[in-house]
Write a protein that binds this ligand. Structure first.
Ligand code: GAR
Length: 224
């Protein structure tokens, strides 16, 4: 039981294409999760996801980081714009900007991210390329709570696949993204129903502290 009478209010931050944002928005619209997107904010005016969000009838705006003299000034403005949306949960969906500790502290246990690797492996950028270069057999993506440690907050849900022989970065990235679109809405849905909560600086699932992420294998369910 969540005690909530209205859908969970989400605000989504993007930097680019916004395919995860769209997957989440569509899951909300379809009633697959009891949540609603109250607004989408991009840190770049040219983020393709802004137009896509508007196409779904969502409020979407740019807050170009380059217009601000410092990270602190940008984060102050971002916090004000976010708070105007009154989000219960802030969703980072391909938001390619490192957020300062002060900003993260505004939303304790109320900010999620998706990262294209099996965290704690391959934090940072170019994860698919680095996984291929290292000759890894397994790869995937992780939904995690955001803490001040970059890509370091508690991981809730992971989708895992087996890297194919000869697979290139583009193909691997596409397969991981398809899994992201499945995983991210479901993790948000867990919060909407109260299955997943944040208490005492840690994630709880079904009333128990989550000692390790839930890991799902996608090899068998992939189309191609
Ligand atoms: C996603 O694959 C996401 O995992 C990644 O950016 C992509 C955004 O795609 N995020 C990061 O690398 C964060 N460190 P999208 O804009 O189509 O959702």
């Amino acid at each position: 039981m969540t005690g909530r009478t209205a859908p969970l209010r989400l605000a989504i931050l993007i930097s680019g294409r916004g395919s995860n944002m769209l997957a989440i928005a569509r899951a909300c619209a379809a009633g697959a999760i009891d949540a609603q997107v109250t607004g989408v904010i991009a840190d770049r005016a040219d983020a393709a996801g802004l137009g896509a969000a508007r196409g779904l009838g969502l409020e979407a705006s740019a807050l170009p980081a380059r217009d601000f003299a410092s990270r602190a000034a940008f984060e102050t403005a971002l916090g004000a714009r976010l708070d105007a949306l009154r989000p219960e949960l802030v969703i980072l969906a391909g938001f390619m900007r490192i957020l300062g500790a002060g900003f993260v502290a505004r939303y304790p246990g109320r900010m999620l991210n998706i990262h294209p690797s099996l965290l704690p492996a391959y934090r940072g950028l170019h994860t698919h390329r680095r996984v291929l270069e290292a000759g890894e057999r397994l790869h995937g993506c992780s939904v995690h709570y955001v803490t001040e440690e970059l890509d370091g907050g508690p991981v809730v849900l992971q989708g895992r696949l087996t890297v194919r022989a000869g697979e290139d970065e583009q193909a691997l990235s596409a397969r991981v993204q398809a899994i992201e679109h499945n995983l991210y809405p479901r993790a948000i849905g867990w919060i909407a129903t109260g299955r997943l909560t944040w208490r005492d600086e840690r994630a709880w699932l079904d009333g128990r502290p989550l000692a390790a992420p839930i890991v799902e294998d996608f090899d068998a369910t992939e189309a191609g």
